[in-house]
Design a protein around this ligand. Structure first.
Ligand code: GDP
Length: 307
């Protein structure tokens, strides 16, 4: 069994690649970007993985369903409603169904499994927790949800702190902990370390399980040189006092992963990462198409099968 810890746009590429090679993949999905909007419970990372594995993701945007329309949003705008978080018309159906199930007492993991089966996705998608927790960004103009910071404010405000609100009362999904326990390889996807992977590995039972299996855990750097492939990872890492580089990634994951994949171009970081006791592997880590995704997936899996 292979388990991948995943956020959204970066993570889904590797999850898709692995799913083309192995039929025993389990995805543990971030939930700390979940948000209530317009009376609907929206789970952006869970949905990106779902649409990605179902083969209907809008790859250009990195979220939502391909060829979707936005008439609902246009109408909401006419009615003076919040317009900053775009919800496609087909995508809307999923949020309505999920919210109805929640209102009828179903858990997020039950609902996610129901959706996974509806889309005929083989891989179980397990929300890291059924409890609501959210990444909050503290900024010069106040404290806000991570979606509000990145989508509404375009990530342009100075950050003073980042925290996971509600994590102290959140319980990791037992199926997620079990799948880490039973996997021969656990992959930390090239996701945002602070807003996507951080909330998952900060859940105590998941962290404990990873720590005890760290030799089987491999992370893929979302950072090349000093910059992320996309998104606000640098800004978030710096706000947490972590260097934005493959070395910063290595030190952040040091207690939970003994293996790190970095870019061929980052050979200069190899020595300092090895000094942390982490094995380093170099390859092409930017995934621009399905072939890249499968190549990187094979590279990661071969590290363990050829060991
Ligand atoms: P989000 O929830 O939409 O932010 O998505 P993720 O957390 O899964 O992914 C965002 C991170 O993925 C960013 O830090 C990017 O640098 C990284 N990323 C995106 N595409 C790639 C890629 O092709 N290769 C690698 N190595 N990282 C990527």
């Amino acid at each position: 069994m292979i388990t991948i810890l995943a956020g959204g746009t970066g993570s889904v590429k590797l999850a898709r690649g692995i799913s083309k090679i192995r039929d025993d993949l389990v995805v543990i999905s971030n939930v700390a970007d979940n948000i209530w909007l317009h009376g609907l419970y929206i789970c952006p990372d869970v949905d990106t993985i779902t649409y990605g594995l179902a083969g209907i993701l809008d790859k250009k945007r990195g979220w939502g369903i391909m060829d979707d329309s936005f008439m609902f949003m246009e109408q909401m705008k006419k009615l003076d409603q919040d317009y900053w978080f775009k919800i496609g018309d087909k995508d809307l159906a999923l949020h309505v169904v999920r919210t109805n199930f929640l209102n009828n007492g179903k858990s997020l993991s039950w609902i996610t499994e129901w959706i996974q089966k509806k889309f005929s996705i083989l891989s179980p998608i397990i929300p890291a927790s059924d409890n609501h927790m959210e990444t909050r960004i503290e900024t010069s103009i106040g404290d806000m949800h991570v979606q509000e910071f990145w989508v509404k404010n375009h990530g342009e405000i100075n950050i003073s702190n980042i925290r996971y609100q509600g994590i102290e009362n959140a319980v990791a999904n037992s199926r997620a902990v079990e799948s880490i326990k039973n996997s021969e390889v656990i992959i930390i996807a090239p996701g945002n370390p602070i807003s996507s992977i951080g909330p998952i590995i900060s859940l105590p039972t998941i962290r404990k399980e990873l720590e005890s299996k760290k030799d089987n855990v491999i992370a893929i750097s979302p950072i090349i040189g000093k910059s992320p492939v996309s998104g606000p990872a640098s800004k978030y890492m710096q706000a947490r006092g972590i260097e934005s580089s493959p070395f910063g990634i290595a030190s952040y994951y040091n207690n939970v992963a003994s293996n790190l994949v970095i870019s061929n171009s980052d050979v200069d970081y190899e020595r300092s990462i090895k000094m942390l006791g982490i094995d380093v592997y170099k390859t092409e880590i930017v995934m621009q198409n399905l072939e890249d995704e499968i190549n990187l997936s094979n590279f990661v899996l071969n590290i363990f099968t050829s060991a």
